[in-house]
Design a binder for this molecule. Sequence first.
Ligand SMILES: [Zn+2]
Length: 224
Amino acid sequence: MGVRCKNRCARLAGNYPSCVEDFELIEEMVEKWESLPASDRKPEQQWVIDVVRTLDVIEGQGLLGFWRSHAADSDRILQSFRVTGNSELATALGKSRFCQACIPVPGSSTAPKVMSASDKAQLNRLLFEVTDRIEAARDGLVELLPRADSSGSSDDDQEPATPTLNVEVTERLSCPYCGQSMELVVDTSIAQQRSTTDCEVCCRPFEVILECEPGSVTSLEIEA
Ligand SMILES: [Zn+2]
């Protein structure tokens, strides 16, 4: 207890004395969850699998490699990045979708688009934006892991706990017309949202405009 990780300044190390071991633990957990049928995985397990495996693919094969192997499930993967706090990375990855048109489809009679010089330049810029954020994305997954166990147990047979990320947050707001105070439950996995709410007291509608990061509301505006 009380031993600090040598590489990660603020992290208390119990069973995991360094972040290198954190990454080993992530790899171990991902392998374990991948062995489960997809329908038995918890959403947060799928998020971690998606992020870890996608970063591996991008590092090995670039953005074309990502779209070659994930054309069908890209929406889910982008969402997994967003809910784990990697919205900017998801946005850059989403912008690279255009390169799909340049990937040959086996068995298709349509020839793939030839990538223009400006497409290539754009793809390189996006790859730079993505790779620039990979380290932070991996660090973020470490934060999702259960805190090191302070009992000092060295029994590694325990099942690693599921990382949890509470994306629902309750915000207080007031009606812009009558001042009635009310609570709003916000799903912070959606970065930008706008919704119309009717006041419970005066029944007049107003708009709530939110900006969120997973787990917190960063901006809340009310428009009458
Ligand atoms: Zn009101």
